[in-house]
Ligand binder design. Structure first.
Ligand SMILES: [Fe+2]
Ligand SMILES: [Fe+2]
Length: 268
């Protein structure tokens, strides 16, 4: 399949205009001026939540030529200019990744906040997975109702539905939960979500990357938080995209989803 038609098909499913301003999306590797004399035809597409050296090796084995990912595959400050390649290329993790991508001439395409906002994306799929009703769409988040239960009961449901190995919880486990906000991934760092949750009368936020300061802030506002994991809250949207892409162009290209392994272990 012609690479431009592939990109068009991807963007028909998850349009670029859904992204927050300034987000780093679309083809992130190689730089666009190099892409011109790269490949014109793609036969194998790999879809993954986060491109890592581990799943890249599996993709090489399968002959993947075009990768769609959600997280940034490189370590860098978030700047969207040509200059980044000069400064960040030589950082060791980036260099390892880029050397493989260069040799194999693999293209990396990222969908980030456009996937977080999409109807088939991370937040919509997370809300669906947790059985939220009367869902209201907000930028990179969703708010909905559940049948009244205790925080403890809801935690059990989250753990089961998202297949979490462990969770972090802030809040009284006996409190009653009726209204839920989901912020898939690391979005909770933007404190606007707390203001929105407070205004909406949200009892609990399901998100990831919780830290001491965020937990304290949520306690002031009497909002419970469940950190169910960055991968565990986002991967469902990436898997749904993979299915949508397969349905759309699966007869012309091979589309395959690649899992991520948890980057750390917890001991008690
Ligand atoms: Fe995300
Ligand atoms: Fe994320």
């Amino acid at each position: 399949m012609d690479i431009n038609r592939l990109i068009e098909s991807i963007e028909e499913i998850v349009p670029l205009y859904l992204a927050l301003p300034g987000d780093e999306i679309g083809v992130v590797y190689p730089l666009i001026h190099k892409l011109v004399n790269y490949r014109v035809d793609v036969e194998v597409v790999g879809v993954t939540w986060e491109l890592t050296l581990m799943n890249l090796k599996l993709m090489l084995r399968d002959g993947v030529e075009f990768i769609v990912c959600h997280e940034d595959p490189f370590i860098r400050r978030s700047i969207g200019s040509v200059l980044w390649e000069l400064g960040y290329r030589d950082k060791i993790p980036n260099k390892l990744m880029m050397d493989i991508l260069d040799t194999q001439r693999i293209v990396v395409y990222r969908m980030h906040t456009n996937l977080d906002n999409s109807e088939i994306g991370t937040n919509s799929e997370l809300a669906k997975k947790l059985g939220l009703k009367d869902i209201k769409n907000y930028p990179v988040s969703r708010v909905g109702r559940i049948n009244e239960c205790s925080l403890k009961e809801f935690v059990e449901l989250v753990k089961k539905k998202l297949s979490c190995k462990f969770l972090l919880i802030s809040g009284d486990l006996d409190r009653v939960i009726k209204k839920v906000m989901v912020v898939a991934g690391a979005g909770l760092r933007h404190k606007e979500f707390f203001e929105l949750a407070y205004k909406e009368g949200v009892d609990v936020i399901v998100s990831a990357e919780l830290d001491e300061r965020l937990a304290r802030y949520a306690q002031y506002l009497n909002i419970a938080i469940i950190d169910a994991g960055h991968y565990e809250t986002e991967v469902w949207g990436v898997k749904r995209f993979n299915e949508e892409l397969k349905n759309k162009i699966g007869n012309e290209v091979q589309v395959k989803f690649y899992e991520n392994v948890k980057s750390f272990t917890v001991l008690f």
